[in-house]
Design a binder for this molecule. Sequence first.
Ligand code: DGY
Length: 311
Amino acid sequence: MTIRILATSPLVGPYLQELGRDFPELVIAPFRSAEWRRAMAETEALAVSLTDPVTEADLDLAPGLKVLGTCSVGVNHLPLQACEARGIAVVNTPGVLTDATADLALAMLLNLTRRLADGEALARSGTWKGWSLDQIFGVGLEGKTCGILGSGPIGKAFARRVAMLGMRPVFWARTDRSPVDFGAGTAPRLPLDELLPSCAVLSIHCPLTGDTRNLLSADNLLRLPKGAFIINTARGGILDEPAAIRMLHQGTLGGVGLDVYEGEPEINKAWFTAPHSMLLPHLGSSTQETREAMAKLLCDGIRATLAGKLG
Ligand code: DGY
């Protein structure tokens, strides 16, 4: 039996090629290219990334598909229900990008609150007149509350980081009220209406689902205290971006740091001139080590799932 692995990219590191050696055929073709569509007909394992929004119609092209793997922890771009209905196993890459993503969220938070971009611009401008008592004031974080949307591994890793800064992490939950053990202490879990008014910082670490879409709606954003900072390294669509931009112009938010966007890679152009905003191109897991670990985990998962299904 021909086992065809079809991937939309070579991934990082040697793992996909190793997987290809274990099975008779490996095809690498861009998502929905003519070659990809042709190869789908005989594909048992499909590897994609979060920029490949697989639909049920795509699955129709691959009647023999056994595994759909994504080189991401997020699975909001996959047709999960259709996969379940068709007995297609879904493999993703949880765990290995936890620290990289939490690190990036922390970097954005410190960049915004300490105004590193403003400071760097002044230092590079050649116009700096020297140290002064009131230059480029930032905002201190010690003793303040950090709201965290999402109590999974990345939310907990971010809690550990802000706890080291002397902040008080508090998690959001829709119904669960049990405290969260985040590995360096425990933190309460509150409903959004109780959480938001206390947050000097709000960091998003939950998946995009029907429950979390537009969770930070314009109305909910108004519950934040004046000057609050928002960081999003999770998914666009959770934060109402136009509302956040308006609040930055009004001075009611202290700053917004985004690594992800509704409709990315398009970025709402209004962000480009929004004050106190920091924009990154979805770099959360972008370290050599992490991307290799993601590729390895994905390929191991595909190999094990195929072995299980075929054995
Ligand atoms: C993921 O894996 O879902 C992340 O968004 C990648 O950075």
